[in-house]
Design a protein around this ligand. Structure first.
Ligand SMILES: Cc1cc2nc3c(=O)[nH]c(=O)nc-3n(C[C@H](O)[C@H](O)[C@H](O)COP(=O)(O)OP(=O)(O)OC[C@H]3O[C@@H](n4cnc5c(N)ncnc54)[C@H](O)[C@@H]3O)c2cc1C
Length: 604
């Protein structure tokens, strides 16, 4: 057997063994026979958590934490629908795999628990490992990477916190997912987060203690469940079609920002075919040529407006084809005129009024993005009623087939996010536009990442029981160290809420300067990586908190790319049967790694 541990040139080190790192491992294994033949190659996979599931999907976490994607949609297997240079690797979606094993039930009809998804991911990893060609040597390191020594030289190696010998590898893949940030806690107060729900951290909240909560998304819902059902509360349906209460409920949570985003898409909603045309307009840097942009499809440097057009297109396509009784013309006539008025909002609105009689059936993105826009009462009780009404409406639109056009929009968001992701990775979007667009349309943002409807019903019940109080739009939280209190107040509501505990229930925005990841901290301090900037209102460059990346490689402090380092950030799970960018990008990284290894002299 050749000694590969000491030969960096014939090795890659993948840091992070969550879904992204594991998928890249699979792509390396799939592409290796074509590119490397039978040459020896070592793959080092570093993660303190088990490979496949990694940290986010670890199987030891509470079963109360669920995915917010429908299990029948998501897959780790790149099937034949993926247009990449490497071979397909067909296999089941999470839903199909869970049904086969019969072990883990789906919740609320569609959602796997996070530990169940972790089992699927671990099984995927074991399958990849088992089928790996014998010339590929996989080394697993249950450790955290803390430094890269001799970076960029032929002695490059990754230092681990396990104290074991450093890992020699000429190439690095950074797949660390959402990393935590270091935060300050005001004197005499308790602050938990920001970051994913952490069961140990939540133990610091005594039963019955008031809490100010920041954030109303995925992490908030996770925390809410751990603090209620997780502490012995039970969710009981009062009567059919009524929001059931959770009881007993212990801690008093106060949610402080706007609304949770809408529920994720129903799998049965249809996506209109024209979306594929826009996707084709996205320049694709991969090995496979993409069709040229069809006439009339333009994606501008400011991508939000065309993205909104795509969403309205998806909405009306579903409305006209699935609910023709609520429209006054057929889809073909409407679509032809609607397309003509793409740049003329007044005429498009007039057409919609003529073709769709009920205003409630008109596509109104602001109903989703700013549902409190028409609410002007400063009365806190009126606000509670208004938010609950919005949540009930969201659940109704999510569950009732007559609202399938809204579900189509939510599905289309995934496709729009994919196109924007492609543009971003191809360097076609300026950083500022990319930040705005991706925040609104991509990973976990906007309305695509809302909780399952049952979770929303539980939130309504907790609000009715007075356990959760919504503080209103634009809420700010301030720390009063003298009074040892956090104060939360919205400029639009006549109420201030106080607590000694702040639960910052949000995933932190990327903030390289404050990252808690020891490897990124070290690389930044050494100037091996650097922070992205974007012009502020005056045109001066301002740090954005994101890693500075060009063509998938990190740039050092002097602006030079590390050509043998690859950045593979967190992405949502790919959907089965689509040409998911997740797989295409992982395939590109894998092929680049293998080509580079093939170009080097063989290991001695
Ligand atoms: C709580 C949560 C729930 C989500 N739910 C969904 C969902 O339902 N559907 C969906 O599509 N997307 C979801 N996402 C988004 C996305 O799918 C996940 O973030 C996904 O896990 C990303 O995969 P990843 O491999 O990039 O990151 P991770 O899964 O975070 O994996 C990264 C791994 O890197 C390791 N690591 C980090 N630093 C180091 C280091 N220095 N040395 C060694 N190892 C290191 C970590 O331990 C971790 O295991 C969710 C994200 C979060 C945070």
């Amino acid at each position: 057997m050749k000694q590969d541990r000491g030969d960096p040139s014939a090795a890659v080190c993948v840091i992070g063994a969550g879904p992204r790192g594991t998928s890249i491992l699979e792509r390396i294994a799939a592409n290796a026979p074509e590119i490397l033949g039978d040459r020896e190659f070592a793959i080092h996979l570093v993660d303190p958590f088990p490979p496949g599931s990694g940290r986010t999907w670890r199987t030891s976490q509470s079963e109360l934490l669920w995915m917010n994607s429908a299990a029948e949609q998501v897959t780790m297997f790149p099937g034949s629908s993926v247009r990449c240079a490497g071979p397909a690797y067909p296999g089941p979606t999470t839903g199909a795999w869970l049904a086969e094993t019969g072990r883990d039930p789906l919740h609320d009809g569609h959602y796997a628990s996070r530990p169940a998804q972790g089992r699927y991911l671990q099984e995927f990893f074991h399958g990849v490992r088992t089928h790996m060609a014998p010339n590929l040597r996989l080394h697993l390191h249950r450790a955290t990477a803390v430094d890269v020594r001799h970076a960029g030289t032929d002695r490059q190696c990754v230092v681990l916190d396990s104290g074991r010998g450093a890992v020699p590898a000429a190439q690095l893949v950074l797949a660390q997912g959402h990393t935590d940030v270091v935060t300050d806690t005001p004197r005499g107060l308790t602050r938990i987060g920001p970051g994913r729900a952490d069961e140990d951290g939540l133990d610091r909240i005594p039963t019955g203690a008031p809490v100010v909560v920041r954030g109303l998304g995925l992490v908030f819902v996770d925390c809410l469940l751990l603090l209620t059902e997780g502490r012995g509360g039970r969710f009981r349906a009062r009567a059919a079609r009524r929001p059931p209460p959770l009881s007993p409920v212990r801690p008093r949570a106060r949610a402080v920002r706007g609304f949770p985003s809408r529920c994720p898409a129903l799998p049965q909603a249809r996506v209109h075919p024209e979306l594929a045309l826009s996707a084709a307009a996205s320049p694709h840097p991969g090995d496979v040529p993409r069709p040229a942009a069809p006439p009339g499809v333009r994606l501008r440097p400011r991508p939000v407006a065309p993205a909104l057009q795509e969403l309205s297109w998806a909405y009306y396509h579903e409305l006209f084809t699935a609910h023709p009784g609520r429209t006054r013309m057929d889809w073909a006539s409407f679509a032809a005129q609607y397309e003509r008025f793409a740049d003329d909002d007044d005429r498009a609105a007039k057409l919609v009024r003529a073709a769709v009689p009920d205003p409630d059936d008109h596509f109104a993105p602001e109903r989703l993005t700013a549902p409190l826009a028409g609410h002007h009462s400063p009365d806190p009780l009126a606000l509670q009623r208004r938010v609950r009404a919005h949540l009930r409406d969201s659940v109704r639109r999510r569950r009732e087939p007559r609202h399938s056009a809204h579900v189509a929009v939510i599905r289309a968001l995934g496709a729009v996010g994919g196109v924007l992701g492609d543009l971003y990775h191809a360097g076609e979007l300026p950083p500022a536009a990319a930040a705005v667009a991706l925040r609104r349309f991509s990973v976990g943002a906007f309305l695509s990442s809302g909780p399952p409807p049952l979770r929303m019903e539980q939130l309504i019940a907790l609000s009715e029981a007075g356990v959760v109080t919504f503080t209103g739009p634009g809420t700010t939280v301030t720390a009063d160290e003298d009074a040892a209190l956090f104060r939360a107040a919205s400029p639009h509501v006549r109420a201030t809420y106080t607590a000694r505990i702040l639960l910052d229930a949000r995933l932190p925005e990327p903030d390289l300067a404050r990252t808690a990841d020891p490897l990124l901290r070290r690389l930044l301090a050494a100037g091996h990586i650097s922070e992205e900037t974007a012009p502020d209102a005056t045109g001066s460059p301002r740090p954005t908190g994101a890693l500075r990346v060009r063509d998938g490689h990190p740039l050092d402090a002097a602006g030079h790319a590390h050509d043998s380092w690859y950045v593979a950030g967190p992405e949502q799970f790919p959907h089965a049967g689509t040409d998911a960018g997740f797989f295409r990008r992982n395939d590109e990284i894998a092929r680049a790694v293998l080509r580079r290894a093939a170009d080097r002299p063989a290991a001695a």
